[in-house]
Ligand binder design. Sequence first.
Ligand code: IDP
Ligand code: MG
Length: 152
Amino acid sequence: MSVERTFVAIKPDGVQRGLIGEILIRFEQKGFKLIGLKQITASRELAEKHYGVHRDRPFFSGLVDFITSGPVVAMVWEGDGVIASARKLIGATKPLEAEPGTIRGDLAINIGRNVIHGSDGVDTAAFEIGLWFQEAELNDWIPSDQSWRVEG
Ligand code: IDP
Ligand code: MG
């Protein structure tokens, strides 16, 4: 398993509902390393690029309205297999189908208010990290307890 980076964002509903801490703790406790974190209100241009793959879907303009409606908490997490693992922590896109124990399974009911985004693959992770963060905003650091979470 190789060290990866993924882009995760707490959407405006998660921020408005006071769920930032509840969501962050799940990634921290899992043991992944936080290397970038900021609160940002996305421009329409940024949101349209981020969700560009969905531009022809009927929900696209509503999705862009929603994601630009208030601040999001944008993050980059690093670790072995973090891209797929973050998607598991997040749960299925439809919150009513997301397993209990996942973020969406525990904290959401509606597909249009599913509180969190996570990159779905290596290429989208690289694209989304570059879209939301400057290289200088990413911190290369070694947590003091790293050897207790990662072998070698
Ligand atoms: P994902 O967030 O689990 O990767 P995607 O299929 O990539 O799911 O969809 C991106 C986002 O678009 C979803 O998280 C959700 O907020 C929104 N979305 C997807 N499908 C629908 C829909 O049918 N109605 C409203 N919003 C949708
Ligand atoms: Mg997606």
